[in-house]
Design a protein around this ligand. Sequence first.
Ligand SMILES: [Zn+2]
Length: 339
Amino acid sequence: MKKEQYSFSDDEVKPYFNIDSVLINGIFYAANKVYGLSFKERKDLPTYHPDMKVFDVIDNNGKQLALFYCDYFRRPSKRGGAWMSAFAKQSRLRQQIPIIYNVCNYAKAPEGQPTLLTWDEVSTMFHEFGHALHGMLSNCNYNTLSGTAVARDFVEMPSQFNESFASIPEVFNHFAKHYKTNQPMPADLCDKMLNSINFQAAYAMGENLGATCVDMAWHMLDSKNIPTAEEAKNFETKALKEVGLLDNQIPPRYSTSYFNHVWGGGYAAGYYSYLWSEVLAVNIADYFEKNGALTRKVGNDFRNKVLSRGNTKDLMEIFSDFTGLKAPDASGLLKARGL
Ligand SMILES: [Zn+2]
């Protein structure tokens, strides 16, 4: 259907997304424009795998701000998915600079050939780097409160917000070049790709909200009223019906019996946090767009009021300090998703 409606397939754009160019000419380029950071590869530091790269992250005053490690390629021994974490968290008290890493699971091209990504994979790289920036731009006394040590319904904001830079034309045209000819992506192909992002947007929103409500319903039960395993399906149906999300065409993304996130993954009553963080991220991207998306002025402001703060201030106040909004505006999310 996607191919039929948008005459676009993911493979068409891959030659334009060379992983090295995405990192250097896209992710690092945007971080330089917005926060004044520069990146210098270090070959002298040890890594746990030869595929990894390490970069000195230099602040706009010329001083070292952080170390950034990336480990992007799939290996048989590696856990699936993509994530950010820290070898060392920033702490003023300990005079510790942040040592941050990103991990992804991209299929590595054979020796001598460039690794080419899909648009989804490009977005994931920007996403994980948004978490990395949250860790690297932290400026807190205590490592326990620094960087990404924030509530779960806030932590996906810097990462989802950083994804927005991937499609800003100045950034996109800087990294999306054909790996053989170095030519920029033709405008009509780029348009087709960006238009296709909102393919089945209503379905995606419906299944997400369904799973969110099922998660919440389970965690709002008191201990005397827990359904048995046999009653679980009925409980779920009732919960969806109560909020108007019972629809055979749009089942919840995860059903109770395999909703791993909410039982063991630390997302108990927190599955909503992705959507909620996306509301925050869209509001922040909006502010950037209106006030100069690739300007240091707005970037510094975001860094000082939001990214540097870790968990040292009420998170809603942090949001309001930067955006000037009293509360997040959910209509921005619907607009961003083309609904
Ligand atoms: Zn994330």
